[in-house]
Design a protein around this ligand. Structure first.
Ligand code: APR
Length: 317
C-alpha cells in the first residue's frame, strides 16, 4: 500500500483552503502538507486535522519550513501567488508569481525530485516552462511530472454543456486543449459527449467564447473581490486525484493538462493525457478538429509560443 503525501503550496489562500478541504476528503492521501507564507497556516492545518478522514494534516509556514513541507511529496499542488494590487503592472505580477514558482521548483528539485507538480499559479502557460527549466537546471527534470492545471476549463465546459442539454454535467466529457488563458483555451466542442444541443454555428462560437472568458465572468461577478477560487479548488482536487490514481497503478485515468509537447509548434500544450505510475504515461493527442477549431488552434499557437518564451526567458536571465 503506497502511502501518498500531497503538499499544497499556497494552502492558506482563496484557492488553497478549499483545495485542502477537498484533498482532506481523498482516501488516497495519507499525509497532507499545507505550506504558505501566511501566519494563519498552522491554524488552517489544525482546523482541517479535526475532520474525521484518514489524511494526516501538517502545517508549514515561511521559507525556513518549505523544505520539510516539500520533502518526499508524491504530488505538489501549487496555487501560491499574489493577486494584482493597485499600482502593480502585469509585469510586476508576473515577476512575483514567477519567482514563487521558480523558488518552489528549486526546493522540489532538492527535496522531492520525483514529485509530480500540478501548477495552478497564473499565468499557467508561462509557469510550467519556468518550473520545467528550473528542474532541468538541477538535473531532475522529467516532462511527465510537470503539469499545468487546465482542469477548470474542462469543468466549465462540462458544466455549461450540462445546462444546455439538461443533463448531469458529470456525464459530459470534452477535451479542452491548448493553454489556460483567453484565446489559448480551445474547447473541442466537436468531440464533446454528448454533443451540445446547439442548432447553429454562431451558438457554438458563443459557447466557445464563454468558456474562454469564463474567468472574467467570475471576476466581474465578484466585483473587486478576486477571481475564481472555489471552482478552481474543485478542479485542482480533480487533477490531483487523477494523478494519485495513476500513481496507485490504476489504468485508463484520463484528464487534460498542460505539459511539454511536440504535437504542435508550441513546446507546451494541453490535451487529454493518460496518467500512470510516473505522472503522464501517455499523451493521447487531440484527435480531429473541425474547420472552426483549427482556426482557434491557429490563433492560439503564437500566443502560447510567446507565453512559453516569456517563462523560459525569466529563468535564463
Ligand atoms: N509561498 C507560498 N505561498 C505563498 C507565497 C510563497 N512565496 N506567496 C504568496 N503565497 C500565498 C499567499 O499567502 C496566499 O495564501 O499564496 C496564497 C494565494 O492566495 P490568494 O491571494 O487568495 O490568491 P488565489 O485567488 O488563491 O490565487 C492564487 O492562483 O489562479 C491563480 O491567478 C491566481 O496566481 C494566482 C493563484
Amino acid at each position: 500500500e503506497l502511502k501518498m503525501k500531497v503538499m499544497v503550496a499556497g494552502a492558506s489562500g482563496g484557492i488553497g483552503q478549499p483545495l485542502s478541504l477537498l484533498l482532506k476528503q481523498n482516501p488516497l492521501i495519507s499525509q497532507l502538507a499545507l505550506y504558505d507564507i501566511a501566519p494563519v497556516t498552522p491554524g488552517v492545518a489544525v482546523d482541517l486535522s479535526h475532520m474525521d478522514t484518514p489524511a494526516k494534516v501538517l502545517g508549514y509556514k515561511g521559507p525556513e519550513e518549505l523544505a520539510c513541507a516539500v520533502a518526499d511529496s508524491h504530488v505538489i499542488v501549487v496555487p501560491a501567488g499574489v493577486p494584482r494590487k493597485p499600482g502593480m503592472t502585469r509585469d510586476d505580477l508576473f515577476n512575483v508569481n514567477a519567482s514563487i514558482v521558480r523558488d518552489l521548483a528549486e526546493c522540489v528539485a532538492k527535496n522531492a525530485p520525483k514529485a509530480i507538480m500540478c501548477i495552478i499559479t497564473n499565468p499557467v502557460n508561462s509557469m510550467v516552462p519556468i518550473a520545467s527549466e528550473v528542474l532541468k537546471k538541477n538535473g531532475v527534470y522529467d516532462p511527465n511530472r510537470v503539469l499545468g492545471v487546465t482542469t477548470l476549463d474542462v469543468v466549465r465546459a462540462c458544466s455549461f454543456i450540462g445546462t444546455i442539454n439538461g443533463v448531469d454535467p458529470r456525464c459530459v466529457t470534452i477535451p479542452v486543449i491548448g493553454g489556460h488563458s483567453g484565446v489559448t483555451i480551445i474547447p473541442v466542442l466537436s468531440q464533446a459527449n454528448p454533443a451540445p444541443k446547439l442548432t447553429d454555428q454562431s451558438k457554438i462560437e458563443a459557447l466557445t467564447k464563454r468558456i474562454q472568458e469564463a474567468g472574467t465572468e467570475v471576476v466581474k461577478a465578484k466585483a473587486g473581490g478576486g477571481s475564481a477560487t472555489l471552482s478552481m479548488a474543485w478542479a485542482g482536487a480533480r487533477i490531483a486525484n487523477a494523478v494519485l490514481r495513476g500513481l496507485k497503478g490504476e489504468e485508463n485515468v484520463v484528464e487534460c493538462a498542460y505539459v511539454k509537447s511536440d504535437l504542435t509548434e508550441a513546446k507546451y500544450f494541453a490535451n487529454p493525457l493518460c496518467f500512470g505510475k510516473n505522472g503522464v504515461a501517455k499523451n493521447l493527442g487531440y484527435g480531429k478538429l473541425n474547420a472552426y477549431e483549427q482556426q482557434l488552434l491557429k490563433a492560439a499557437i503564437p500566443e502560447l509560443k510567446k507565453n512559453i518564451e516569456t517563462g523560459e526567458k525569466f529563468v535564463s536571465k
